[in-house]
Design a protein around this ligand. Structure first.
Ligand code: SF4
Length: 479
């Protein structure tokens, strides 16, 4: 890890500038206005003749930018932050001699910037050109973004103000994947499962009452976690029975059955009986050795048989998640995984790029991780395979610490884009979220404001305080 001394008259912008530095330097420890870093940067800003002049230097190179001050405090605050980031970005670009694929962008939802251009009255082409010129995004990534926005506009209607999605979280998995960043505990001896389901049923009952009181209509239902199919069939049926009125009110019902080692006929039958329209069976890779390295205690053969079982029972929308950049994998191995997925013929795939938040793992895997260029090739190969399967990209998001500065992209055949995923990523829809760690969200479109209510993440706390969680949601949706 590099340490960077950043000298700045605006310490509140230090984290923004650090995000840009991480594009080039990876994990850094930042010393703000303190000497001692391996790299020293100086950021400066001043106003002159109605312009904000920002400069950054590393002692060798220097970059300066000028931007007109608008006089609108909110706009100028945003522009000041952006200008600081862009200035540091240009300095780093000159120092290292290359531009990352997403240019200076560090946010999770790059499509939002394209939509902002559309909302200001620009055409898609002009909005894309403006975005590319501002943030230095590569042609390749801009082309994906343009296609995603076009697909969303063609296939999906944005949620109406009185509509909301429902999320139910089952925060248990049979074992923890080494790279997992979700709230997920191991099932362990199973002692928490029944109390958790009892609390969840109570929260579902509160949610039904809330819907009746507020007149909200529902749009998409998503049960994730964790892995909902980690629950024994009896408890899974209990949750589905309690949630049935919510599911019936939705036009799309997804349940994550991500871990193949949790899938059996009885559980799939329960999902069928309650009208689930979309499930995920996630291979991540089709190499047993990699599965063992990343702590997924199932084999590729189990993935294939779980998938075939679901298909034989009549599931007609199965999604498969893959990860590019897994330890020990190379382009040929990733291509084999894609060939295998192509042969199974799912309706949608999501190609993730490995994101490692825990530095201990990075250290453990360092020698085995594919380099950034290879990960970029894997991502390209994933896009080509999805295209060959008749799919188009329909949502995209980025995370911190992604291998090769890439992204996660969902691809689907026409008519199979997941509404819930798009609502989440574009932040266009309100969400009633139930379960430990779930985050409810209410969008106020006229004011352009989003408010949130969080459930506690700790499973025991959730079980004991479920009525309080329900009350938080009531307050959010009756504001
Ligand atoms: S299956 Fe998903 S939620 Fe469960 S441990 Fe693995 S990454 Fe985490």
């Amino acid at each position: 890890m590099n340490s960077v001394s950043l000298f700045t008259p605006a310490p509140h912008l230090a984290n923004d500038m650090a995000e840009v530095l991480r594009l080039y330097l990876g994990g850094i420890s930042l010393l703000v206005n303190e000497a001692g870093g391996e790299i020293t940067l100086r950021h400066d800003e001043r106003e002159e003749n109605g312009e904000r002049i920002v400069a950054a230097t590393d002692g060798v190179c220097r970059h300066e930018t000028r931007e007109r001050v608008t006089g609108d405090a909110v706009v100028d605050k945003r522009l000041r932050r952006r200008q600081a980031k862009l200035c540091v970005y240009e300095l780093m670009k000159r120092r290292f001699g290359y531009a990352p694929p997403w240019g200076s962008l560090t946010g999770i939802r790059p499509t939002r910037l394209l939509y902002a251009g559309l909302e200001s009255g620009l055409s898609l082409e002009d909005a894309a050109a403006q975005m590319q010129a501002t943030f230095d995004v590569s042609d390749e990534k801009m082309a994906v973004l343009r296609e995603i926005v076009a697909v969303q506009q063609e296939e999906l209607t944005p949620p109406a103000p009185h509509e909301a999605d429902v999320y139910i979280g089952i925060p248990f998995c049979v074992s923890r994947c080494a790279y997992c960043s979700f709230l997920s505990g191991e099932v362990g001896n199973g002692s928490l499962l029944a109390p958790y389901v009892a609390a969840l049923k109570r929260e579902i009952a509160h949610a039904l009452q809330l819907l009746e009181d507020t007149g909200l209509s529902l749009r998409a239902f998503y049960m994730g976690g964790g892995t909902p199919t980690s629950l024994p069939a009896g408890l899974l049926r209990e949750v589905l029975t309690a949630a049935a009125p919510l599911m019936r009110a939705c036009r799309e019902i997804t349940v994550e059955a991500g871990r193949p080692d949790t899938i059996d006929r009885e559980k799939l039958q329960a999902l069928m009986d309650w009208g689930v329209t979309r499930i995920s069976v996630n291979p991540q890779t089709m190499h047993d050795q990699t599965l063992a390295t990343i702590g997924r205690r199932h084999t590729c053969a189990q993935t294939e048989s779980a998938y075939r079982l679901a298909r034989s029972m009549g599931f007609d929308h199965i999604n498969m998640d893959l990860i590019a950049g897994l330890p020990g994998e190379n382009l040929g191995m990733f291509a084999q995984t894609l060939d295998w997925v192509r042969a199974l013929d799912p309706e949608s795939v999501t190609v993730h790029t490995l994101s490692i938040k825990r530095s201990s793992l990075l250290h453990l895997w360092e020698a085995q991780l594919p380099d950034g260029d290879m990960v970029a090739d894997m991502v390209r190969l994933g896009a080509r395979a999805a295209h060959d399967m008749g799919m188009r990209p329909y949502y995209l998001y980025r995370q911190k610490y992604m291998a090769g500065n890439q992204e996660n992209v969902g691809y689907a055949r026409r008519g199979h884009a997941c509404l819930y995923n798009v609502d989440m990523m574009e932040e266009t829809g309100s969400v009633l979220a139930l379960g430990a760690g779930a985050a409810s969200k209410r969008i106020f479109p006229q004011k352009g404001v989003i408010r949130r209510a969080y459930n506690v993440s700790d499973i025991c706390q959730y079980i004991h305080r479920v009525d309080e969680m329900a009350q938080r949601k009531r307050e959010l949706f009756t504001l």
